[in-house]
Design a protein around this ligand. Structure first.
Ligand SMILES: [Zn+2]
Length: 138
């Protein structure tokens, strides 16, 4: 008998660690991970994790009409972020911030957040969201 991890599980692990594909030829990093470099097509790639990397906010969109089950989370803010080290672009929800507080270029960091429950199964889904990096008051 062969045991293999279901694809959904693998995707979840990738999501929690923010795994991405770094290309050793063109030097760019793509998220989510891919089999070949999405920028130059090279297979000379390695997997990197972006979970410990801060990112700057590039742009965002605010969604006021939330999907069923997400009403309590309105408004939902979806941001495009660029990680500081690998310069990878990530599309992720933003948390712990109000739309009027958003500034392009602000530093944010990834956190694991509950993003809802799957119907009656009670299975709780977690996902990565970005929150502002709290500046220490001196
Ligand atoms: Zn490449």
């Amino acid at each position: 008998m062969r045991i293999s991890i279901p694809p959904t599980w693998r995707t979840r692990i990738d999501r929690y660690r923010l795994r991405a594909t770094h290309c050793k030829d063109c030097g760019r990093t793509g998220y989510p991970p891919s089999e070949v470099c999405r920028f130059c097509g090279s297979k000379n790639i390695e997997t990197v994790e972006l979970i410990d990397e801060k990112a700057k906010l590039v742009t965002w969109t605010v969604i006021y009409s939330a999907m069923e089950g997400f009403e309590e989370r309105r408004p939902i803010i979806i941001g495009v972020l660029e990680t500081l080290n690998h310069k990878a672009r990530i599309l992720a929800p933003l948390t712990d911030i109000l739309p009027e507080e958003l500034r392009s270029g602000m530093e944010m960091e990834p956190v694991l957040r509950r993003i809802g429950e799957e119907g009656d199964s009670g299975l709780i889904n977690y996902g990565i969201a970005y929150r502002p990096v709290l500046k220490k008051v001196e």
